[in-house]
Design a protein around this ligand. Structure first.
Ligand code: ADP
Length: 482
């Protein structure tokens, strides 16, 4: 029997994306369909979402959702079965999904995402005519309050699952908002939404969920320790019987080097020579020297989490070893400035594009030799998976999903033909220097490098196995509830 799933998130590719969350939420429905799971995804009606809706049906209206007029619209977009919370006062704004053009968070984020969660819980309660989910799966703090609304309301018997895509973002607000959330008084407290004296949306979700997942098995272990637990390790350890790590996959239709319309020349593991055309196009796009030196790429948010400060310290070393770097990213202004300054210093060897450019990111994976990901923590990471798929070998810190998905080119792995990249630890300048040095040395042996590229491209980065795991988890929650 088909299972009806309500998925709730603040981003969904290809309509609205700031990071991996969007890719996952956008790819899961198609991956789950063969498992007998029919997914409807509830997302906020940002301008970029409304613009793509075309013919939408209004399923429900609110006169005053947290004081504002709102409606739930239904539409099919790019094969996605969407429910859209059209609440102009909350979501029809210029800027990003969480903040204005300057990057500061919107001051009413607590209300915006409480509204999204309230509506999700209403749907779980049967608030839409003709459709009611069997199970609810919410993503990150923006949707996590759904689990609390469900637990303290009529939908308490509907199984709910919270996925942590990044524990660093927790949705913490002052205690003063509690009365406005419309939760019963008993929802306040250590076993409810209260968190260090304020309200914690993710925390509320974690205590209210029937299951908690993280997006890789290693991250599920790491967040049990104070180093990676971000203040929630105690709570998570208390719920470890409910905790699962399920690795992200990638959409292998969108990320397919043999058919990708966004790259200069398509290629496969059997015809790696064709990658050269992408390399030349990439060098040209970035104004880099055209030569056969090891070409590193970075596609990343420019933040401390991603180890981008470590990377800046390693740039002179990378160039000194004869390497080149093309960077695409945006984030912390000092980091942006430092990369631009390095590009000025090393013209032709380092180039930085500050901004967000989805098509360019494809060309970078197709033309680069190696993708650098020196993260301090990484719940799963997607860019290393794209790198594997495109033969752009990942050079990664041994944390979270990076540790789970890249096989280090140690002697044994290389001779067994299993190596798919370079893994280093700890996430510090010395180890990063070492990893870059190893990559440059390995790159000199063209035969060995190409063997690694082929092994990387053979790795299964699809959703198949992980979708089966999610479906099995949904089934076990349904069985438990019955
Ligand atoms: P996170 O979600 O923590 O930022 P992930 O590796 O899980 O990291 O996902 C990042 C996603 O965003 C990937 O799909 C990556 O290709 C994309 N991305 C990040 N920065 C950029 C950028 N500047 N331009 C285009 N795509 C980007």
């Amino acid at each position: 029997m088909t299972m009806k799933l309500l998925s709730v998130a603040s981003e969904i590719y290809p309509l609205i994306k700031t990071g991996g969350l969007a890719d996952v939420v956008g790819a899961l429905p198609a991956a789950l369909a063969p498992q007998g799971v029919a997914t409807r995804t509830l997302v906020p009606g940002y301008p970029s979402v409304l613009a793509r809706l075309g013919k939408a049906k209004t399923l429900r209206r609110y006169d005053a959702l947290f004081g504002e007029a709102a409606a739930v619209l239904a539409a099919q977009v790019e094969g996605l079965d969407l429910l859209v919370l059209d609440a102009p006062a909350f979501f029809a704004r210029e800027g990003g999904p969480y903040g204005g053009p300057g990057g500061t968070d919107w001051s009413d984020n607590w209300r915006r995402f409480a509204a999204l969660s309230r509506v999700a819980a209403d749907i779980a309660e049967g608030g839409l005519k003709g459709w009611r989910p069997d199970i609810v799966h919410v993503h990150d703090w923006q949707a996590a309050l759904t689990a609390a609304y469900m637990r303290f309301g009529p939908a308490h018997a509907v199984p709910r699952l919270v996925t942590i895509h990044n524990l660093a973002f927790q949705g913490r607000f002052g205690a003063d908002i509690f009365p406005a959330l419309g939760l019963p008084p008993e929802a306040w407290g250590v076993d409810g939404v209260e968190y260090y004296g304020g309200v914690g949306y993710l925390k509320a979700g974690l205590v209210s969920a029937d299951a908690i997942t993280t997006v890789s098995p290693t991250y599920a272990q790491e967040i049990r320790s104070p180093v990676h637990g971000m203040g929630l390790d105690g709570l998570i350890n208390g719920r470890v019987d409910r905790l699962h790590g399920i690795l992200n996959g990638v959409d292998t239709d969108i990320w397919n080097p043999a058919e990708d319309p966004l790259i200069a020349r398509r290629f496969s593991g059997r015809a790696l020579g064709a990658r050269a055309a992408n390399r030349r196009a990439l060098e040209k796009a970035f104004g880099l020297d055209q030569d056969d030196a090891p070409l590193f790429v970075i596609v990343s948010r420019l933040t401390w989490q991603k180890g981008m400060d470590l990377m800046i310290e390693a740039l002179d070393h990378l160039v000194g070893l004869g390497g080149k770097l093309a960077l695409l990213g945006s984030g912390d202004h000092p980091l942006e400035g430092a990369f631009l300054a390095a590009a000025d210093r090393h013209r032709g060897r380092i180039a930085a594009r500050i901004g967000y450019d989805e098509p360019l990111s494809h060309l970078m994976q197709a033309g680069g030799d190696a993708i650098l990901i020196p993260s301090r923590f990484e719940p799963c990471g997607l860019t290393q998976l794209y790198g594997l798929r495109y033969g752009c070998l990942p050079v990664v810190a041994r944390v979270g999903g990076l540790a789970d998905t890249v096989i280090d080119a140690n002697e044994a792995a290389v001779s067994a033909g299993a190596a798919t990249g370079i893994v280093f630890a700890p996430s510090d300048p010395l180890a990063l220097h070492g990893a870059i040095g190893r990559a440059v040395a390995l790159h000199r042996d063209r035969t060995a490098w190409q063997a690694m590229q082929r092994a990387a491209m053979r790795a299964d980065v699809s959703w198949r196995q992980s979708a089966a795991r999610y479906a099995a988890l949904y089934r076990s929650l349904l069985a438990e509830a019955a």
